[in-house]
Design a binder for this molecule. Structure first.
Ligand code: DSN
Length: 414
């Protein structure tokens, strides 16, 4: 970043500080990851200069012959990676992608069934403060109070009673595999559209570590920057009969010009995820999460649903006399980034809930193995148990720094 350092030393310094923060800290925010330098270079390219409203071969601006090739490549690689019939690679991020799916398929006021936010769902899955909950008539399903797992018989019961036009399956804080086939069977009983939001687990699906909804579901959206390890952005995949409506909903329905630099970076990330190494990565993400969950449970923490099948877990920290917000703050002091999280049936408020959500996508990218993941879990337990002891927190921070130096970030990614 030679030019930036000369032209704008303030921004340059801030980027340097953030690079150091990422290098010297442990990233457990379940929705974050570290992209490769190749993805970053594509994001930082001259493609950011272009306007290209429209689609390949049908643009509203001239000079798009190269952009057409970039977008066609992203489409081709995404189709190969996920085995989908059609894909729109233009969505700017997850919520706009989900908005486009709703615009394409249902009308304001229509009934939709989705997972409740504090049971692991997402704001755009019908929360009242979000456009989804304001525009559409959402009915929400929950996890079982005892097991912490979605009870498919309950989902069926609600679906048969409420007869939604769409059933939405997906989550941002749920650690168990979804039964895609069962969701589809339930939807077929009532003639509902099936919509999967795989934002969190897309990389695990691409890496063939967990099952894909794409063979069963009508429409699947995902962000590209979580386990999939691409740039900030999203895609919408669907069966051919929905293709035209999805494309029209994205543009001109929702968005203007696509971010062509992001499209190029998506193509790079899809290319990386098509390599055999990505399957090794996806498997390791899950193994690391399972090792971390086991260690935390051994230290006396309650993990919602009793473990994990994917990259994340929601940990109830209240038994250690601390709230989720306070745990997030203490762990930040120790050099571990997490995000506070509500737990199902939480008696506390969303800004200061009972849990923290942890994920292993980022640490696995920097080559952490199961022994490292267990060491991180021990550090978390120690920090939370000694949350009032500044000297102890300082010594945990030192051990985290040592672990980070053992697994350097910007030399381990290519
Ligand atoms: N903010 C993302 C997450 O943390 O899961 C979802 O939008």
């Amino acid at each position: 970043m030679k030019t930036l350092s000369q032209i704008d030393s303030l921004v340059y310094e801030l980027i340097n500080k953030e690079t150091a923060r990422q290098e010297d800290g442990i990233e457990l925010i379940a929705s974050e990851n570290y992209v490769s330098k190749a993805v970053m270079e594509a994001m930082g390219s001259c493609l950011t200069n272009k306007y290209s409203e429209g689609y390949v071969g049908k643009r509203y601006y001239g000079g798009n012959e190269i952009i057409d090739e970039v977008e066609a490549l992203a489409i081709e690689r995404c189709k190969e990676l996920f085995g989908c019939e059609h894909v729109n690679v233009q969505p700017l991020s997850g919520s706009p992608a989900n908005a486009a799916v709703f615009f394409a398929t249902i009308k304001p006021g229509d009934k939709v069934l989705g997972l409740q936010l504090d049971h692991g769902g997402h704001l755009s899955h019908g929360h009242p403060v979000n456009f989804s909950g304001m525009l559409y008539n959402f009915t929400q399903y929950q996890v079982d109070r005892e097991s912490g797992i979605i009870d498919m018989e309950k989902v069926r019961e609600i679906a048969l009673r409420e007869k939604p036009k769409m059933i939405l399956a997906g989550f941002s804080a749920y650690s168990r595999n979804l039964d895609w086939k069962k969701f589809k069977e339930i939807a077929d009983e009532i003639g509902a559209i099936t919509f999967a939001d795989i934002a969190h687990i897309a990389g695990l699906i691409a890496g063939k570590a967990i099952e894909s909804p794409i063979p069963y579901f009508d429409i699947t959206s995902t962000t590209t920057h979580k386990t999939l390890r691409g740039p900030r952005g999203a895609v919408i995949m669907c069966k051919e009969p929905f293709a035209k409506a999805i494309d029209r909903a994205v543009f001109p329905g929702m968005q203007g010009g696509p971010h062509d630099h992001a499209t190029a970076a998506k193509a790079v990330a899809f290319g990386e995820a098509l390599q055999p190494e990505f399957q090794v990565y996806a498997k390791a993400v899950i193994e690391n999460a399972q090792a971390m969950a086991a260690e935390l449970m051994a230290a006396g923490f309650r993990i919602i649903s009793g473990g994990t099948d994917n990259h994340l877990m929601v940990v109830d920290v209240t038994s250690k006399g601390i709230s989720g917000k306070e745990a997030e703050r203490i762990l930040d002091i120790a050099g571990i980034s997490t995000s506070r999280s509500t737990i199902p049936f939480d008696s506390r408020k969303p800004m200061d809930p009972s849990g923290v959500r942890l994920g292993t996508a980022a640490i696995t990218t920097r080559a952490f193995d199961t022994a490292d993941s267990r060491a991180v879990a021990q550090a978390i337990a120690q920090a939370i148990e000694n949350h009032g002891d500044e000297a102890k927190l300082k010594s945990i921070r030192e051990s985290i720094l040592e672990l980070c130096r053992k697994r350097p970030l910007y030399t381990s990614i290519v």
